[in-house]
Design a protein around this ligand. Structure first.
Ligand code: NDP
Length: 483
């Protein structure tokens, strides 16, 4: 296998180039070195991709679920066989440590293709007996889907959208983030190698304008976006105009509540995982860490010691467990929030600066004495900045945890399981964890409430968002009429 994609777009089963599109340079965030030069999709390219996906609908939906599933499962196997090279490519494109990408990115994509490859054959409707008559439902694909991805989990996001869409018999045009254009192309290549008919899954590159062209095209039936809340609002509104289905996986400012009776080391581990994995660039991160006052001093002591053990450096070195930010822009945003945290009166426990390595590296940062109204406690930073807030009682902390426009995720640590379930029942969040954090297996639905999103990815729940029911009433009696 050629490691690098050979052109900018993948349409109709093959790589396609149009050098008249604006150039799009992919760089290795750790060094700034150019790793690929691509071009944004021109109108001709987006038209070609939409036409290919439109033309492929009939053949793909006519295949049986078993046939579709077999192709997805074969693609999962190929991804697993090539895990190492795909992980290296993902690390080069995103800057995330190879230690992470080797287990979290391509592997999650393969799990997803395997899962939906397995459920494809079991997608059926219902029989409904109505006295002498009966009705039945047919589960049909929505049609042509557009997938738009963020830059933090490029291959995983492409798989999380493509696998359920394709399992249900839809076709797709996918646009990765312009910052991480490479691995979605590899997914298209692998799906083709696995036997996917030409045009069923296509990839085009570009910025928001390309995404917008795709979303507004009348041939498109469904839009699935992973991105920020402001982009989500725009894309949802554009999709609504065309009465299209949507899945919106958006941002968050999730609470992680740690009670006095929590297992201290596990709680610290969860706070580290939920703030510093992928250098903090994860939508479901528990960035508001509420710690009960009795355990707070011990928690801060262990958190500081363990955070200062982070191995920051070359993401391609498997010993590194904390890499650079994806871009200068994301670094600047994060440093800006750290400055605000200091100015608004929070206390730095550790970190707080660009790292001595230079480049796009930043120190994993912990603030304490954070209050609910501070910017670092209200706004999504999408960088390695943890806010620790203290609390006294369960009722108080639950009200504060829910006092946000977001509702993506939430977690609770306690050894009192009754309390754990009670707190989870009170969370205004789509995805919750008890005594762990940020685990997102394919078998569990994932998604947000409030401004954090609409719809669910993964598990059986995703089937509802990539298919629709046709109801058929079968009359077996004589037809009566009033006159
Ligand atoms: P953005 O919202 O900036 O972009 C998301 C995608 O939408 C990109 O591909 C972008 O293109 C595209 N886009 C931008 N404007 C439009 C438009 N008007 N029409 C169509 N498409 C458009 O998000 P980021 O890429 O910066 O990702 C970070 C955000 O994603 C965070 O808020 C994070 O919380 C969220 N996220 C949510 C996840 C979830 O599952 N809930 C998972 C991962 C991240 P381009 O950037 O190339 O211009």
């Amino acid at each position: 296998m050629q490691t690098q994609p050979t052109a900018s777009h993948f349409i109709g089963g093959t790589y396609v180039e149009d050098t008249s599109g604006a150039s799009l340079i992919s760089t290795f965030p750790a060094t700034g070195a150019e790793i690929a030069k691509l071009h944004c999709a021109t109108d001709t390219i987006t038209e070609q991709a939409l036409s290919a996906a439109d033309a492929a609908r009939a053949q793909w939906r006519a295949m049986t679920g078993s046939e579709r599933g077999r192709i997805l499962r074969r693609a999962a196997e190929i991804i697993r066989e090539r895990n190492h090279e795909l992980s290296v490519l993902e690390t080069m494109d995103t800057g995330k440590p190879l230690q992470e990408t080797l287990i979290a990115d391509a592997a999650s994509g393969a799990d997803c293709l395997e899962y939906f490859g397995s459920v494809a054959a079991g997608l059926t409707g219902d029989h409904i007996q109505l006295g002498a008559d009966f009705a039945y439902t047919i589960r049909e694909p929505l049609g042509l889907c557009v997938g738009i991805g963020a830059w933090n989990y490029p291959l995983q996001i492409a798989c999380w959208k493509a696998a359920p869409a394709l399992a249900c018999g839809n076709t797709m045009v996918f646009k990765p983030s312009e910052m991480t254009p490479l691995t979605a192309l590899k997914l298209a290549e692998i799906l083709t190698e696995a036997g996917l008919p030409d045009g069923v899954f296509n990839v085009v590159q570009g910025l928001g304008d390309v995404g917008s062209r795709l979303v507004t095209d009348p041939r498109v039936d469904k839009v699935s976006l992973t991105g920020s809340v402001p982009t989500g609002r725009k894309v949802y509104a554009a999709a609504a105009t065309g009465m299209k289905h949507v899945t919106m996986e958006l941002g968050g400012k999730s609470p992680l509540i740690i009670f006095d009776d929590a297992h201290l080391e596990d709680a610290v581990s969860a706070a580290i995982n939920g703030n510093f994995y992928s250098s903090g660039q994860i939508c479901s991160n528990g960035t508001r860490v509420f710690v009960q006052k009795g355990i707070l001093p011990a928690f801060l002591e262990r958190l500081k010691a363990r955070t200062e053990n982070a191995v920051i450096g070359d993401p391609l070195d498997e010993a590194t467990n904390f890499g650079p930010m994806v871009s200068q822009n994301q670094l600047d945003i994060t440093l800006g929030y750290i400055e605000k945290g200091v100015n608004e009166g929070a206390t730095l426990v550790t970190g707080g600066k660009a790292h001595a390595n230079g480049g796009l590296f930043i120190e994993p940062t912990v603030f304490t004495d954070v209050t609910d109204e501070m910017s670092i406690a209200r706004e999504e930073i999408f960088g390695p900045v943890m806010s620790v807030l203290s609390f006294d009682s369960e009722d108080e902390v639950l009200a504060r945890a829910n006092d946000t426009e977001f509702g993506l995720a939430a977690g609770v640590f306690t050894s009192d399981l009754t309390r754990a379930h009670r707190v989870v029942a009170g969370f205004e969040a789509g995805t919750c964890w008890i005594n762990t954090y940020n685990l997102t297996p394919i078998e569990m639905p994932f998604g947000g409430v409030k401004a954090s999103g609409v719809g669910r990815e993964n598990a059986q729940a995703a089937i509802e968002h990539y298919s629709q029911l046709k109801s058929v009433y079968v009359g077996l009696s004589r037809v009566e009429a009033a006159f």
